[in-house]
Design a protein around this ligand. Structure first.
Ligand code: CP3
Length: 356
């Protein structure tokens, strides 16, 4: 490893002692950046951008070049798996993701099969390879997936949802069918993450965006149990590749999540990070958790709120695994790019005092 290489993020995820808090930001390559909007316009639409490895690489690099973040995240989407299963993903302007062929019956579920990771999702693995080459060791590359519950929610609802009545209807009325759907998605996710690691991904993150919509018992049976399979498979195949679980709205379940054997937990902004540290800080690295909406306000507010998150985690110690700075959810299209520069500078400078 030469001096130009920054592996702070991976060292922090392994729970090693580091000189400052690393930072990356969910959705760091996205519409708040004018250079992202330009490449997306060049691609024509979001899915073509995802499916063209050179362009996916270009937008992955944009926030790294501009802000000096400590990790890159593959530019893609969690909905690539259902798209590859034949549900036909379209991203409608102002609406969000929509499937032309949602899963609506037991017969639909029984027709689903695990996609071929190279034939059907080869563009993702190609993007990982191109990005690793372009990064040339500058910062580590994060691969990712949606959680089975979150993917199944989109597959059954056919789009985003406010009440999740279709997927929850399936869960309550036909739990065996729900489990069959979750299992085929889980098997796909396991192969997807394995292929990403083989292509060059150096750490993994599971986005369980909708797990927080469940009751505690249903969270355990319909979301966490499947993330457990993913952690087990990933640890068996790639014991040295760290894996982070993020259930949005999952703050009350941190102990159960940490017990999966994952390396880190993403925290949304509703979680008190000081309390989370007391609960699970000896077992897992905590990643988060500034309210993303702060990024739409003034630079002073960004600096103040970032300092509060760092202070709330507090001084790092040998007995605790540590903190990686992030927002509590993705940065929004309305965010000011200058605020990202201010955020990165604040974390890099202010965090040093907590690492002595
Ligand atoms: O974090 C990153 O920078 C990596 C790229 C990434 C995207 N989506 C790019 C994207 C990642 C990790 C995701 C994950 C994802 N996608 C999640 C889980 C995380 C979360 O946000 O909770 C979910 C639920 C999705 C599904 C999805 N994809 C939605 C709801 C949308 C529409 C969002 C919107 O604001 O309209 C997308 C599209 C999407 N994925 C965009 C980006 C940059 C916007 C596309 C565009 O219009 O250019």
């Amino acid at each position: 490893m030469n001096n130009a290489e920054n592996d702070l993020y991976l060292r922090a995820l392994r729970g090693e002692t580091v000189e400052r808090t690393p930072i990356w930001v969910m959705r760091q390559a996205g519409r708040y950046l004018p250079e992202y909007r330009a490449v997306r316009a060049q691609a024509g639409d979001f899915l073509t951008l995802c499916k063209t490895p050179e362009l996916a690489c270009e937008v992955t690099m944009q926030p790294i070049d501009r802000f000096g973040l400590d990790a890159a995240i593959l530019f893609s989407d969690i909905l690539t798996i259902p798209d590859a299963m034949g549900l036909e993903l379209v991203l409608e302007e102002g609406v969000g993701p929509v499937f032309n062929k949602p899963v609506r019956s037991a017969a639909d579920i029984s027709k689903l099969s695990v996609p071929d990771m190279h034939q059907d999702l080869g563009y993702v693995m190609d993007a990982v390879g191109v990005i690793r080459k372009e990064l040339n060791g500058r910062v580590p590359l994060i691969g990712f997936t949606g959680s089975p519950w979150t993917l199944a929610s989109y597959m059954v609802e056919g789009s985003g949802s406010k009440d999740f009545r279709r997927i929850k209807g399936l869960m309550f009325e036909s739990p065996d069918d729900a489990h069959a759907l979750l299992q085929v998605v889980t098997t796909s996710v396991i192969q997807y993450l394995d292929a990403q690691v083989k292509a060059g991904a150096q750490s993994l993150m599971v986005f369980d965006t909708w797990g927080g919509m469940l009751s505690t018992t249903n969270y355990q049976y319909f979301s966490l149990a499947y993330m457990q399979q993913i952690v087990d498979a990933s640890k068996a195949a790639h014991p040295d590749v760290p894996i982070v679980l993020f259930t949005k709205g999952g703050g009350q379940w941190l102990e159960m999540m940490a017990a999966t054997g994952c390396d880190g937990l993403g925290l949304d902004w509703t979680v008190d990070i000081a309390a989370a540290r007391k609960r699970v800080g000896e077992q897992v690295v905590l990643q988060g958790n500034m309210d993303p909406v702060v990024m739409n306000t003034g630079t002073q507010q960004v600096q103040d709120e970032a300092a509060k998150v760092l202070a709330a985690y507090g001084h790092h110690s040998e007995s605790d695994k540590g903190h990686i700075f992030n927002l509590g959810h993705g940065i929004q299209p309305f965010a000011e790019p200058e605020n990202m520069a201010a955020l990165v500078d604040t974390v890099k400078q202010q965090s040093q005092q907590y690492h002595s």
